[in-house]
Write a protein that binds this ligand. Structure first.
Ligand SMILES: CCCCCCCCCCCCCCCC(=O)SCCNC(=O)CCNC(=O)[C@H](O)C(C)(C)COP(=O)(O)OP(=O)(O)OC[C@H]1O[C@@H](n2cnc3c(N)ncnc32)[C@H](O)[C@@H]1OP(=O)(O)O
Length: 123
């Protein structure tokens, strides 16, 4: 799944570029929405996000593209790779600004892990 968002002034840190915590929130949300679409009716919680490295500043006015793909499925968990590409104002092309893997666990009404209902086709 792919989604886009625009970096606006309310998303910036005090230096004037994208606050990393906002980026992590967007990643959690777009991967969660992908999981919700892949497994309709399943309740998910985020259990882990790996490899959090901020290598590039993201300017105000950039268009961010979030590319979410499933990479691993277990009994109760599903892991997505999220790549984030930034298209800064006046830039010639977008560049990858961040990537991570994020894992969700399917939970029952008591908050305990419960098996996923089907297998995704993960190539
Ligand atoms: C009308 C429209 C509505 C739309 C609506 C939109 C809402 C738009 C907002 C969305 C917002 C975004 C989505 C927010 C999602 C939260 O914010 S959730 C809040 C943050 N997360 C939490 O609070 C979770 C807290 N943790 C827990 O409750 C428990 O640890 C868990 C996750 C239930 C797991 O329980 P546990 O007993 O530790 O589990 P355990 O049996 O050891 O392992 C279960 C599975 O987790 C895996 N696992 C455990 N630890 C790890 C780890 N560190 N790394 C990887 N895998 C792990 C295991 O390998 C296992 O996988 P399987 O082998 O079964 O596949």
């Amino acid at each position: 799944m792919e989604t886009y968002t625009l970096v606006r002034p309310e998303h910036l840190n005090h230096y004037g570029y994208l606050f990393g915590g906002v980026l992590l929130k967007w990643i959690d949300e777009c991967a969660f929405l992908t999981a919700a679409k892949n497994f309709r009716g399943v309740s998910f919680v985020t259990v882990a996000m790996d490899k959090i490295v901020f290598k590039h500043q993201v300017a105000n006015g950039s268009v961010l593209r979030f590319k979410v793909e499933p990479v691993k499925q277990g009994t109760t968990s599903i892991t997505y790779e999220v790549k984030v590409f930034g298209d800064a104002p006046c830039a010639e092309r977008e560049q990858e600004v961040f990537s991570t893997n994020i894992t969700f666990v399917s939970i029952d009404k008591n908050g305990r892990p419960t098996p996923l209902p089907h297998k995704l086709d993960i190539s």
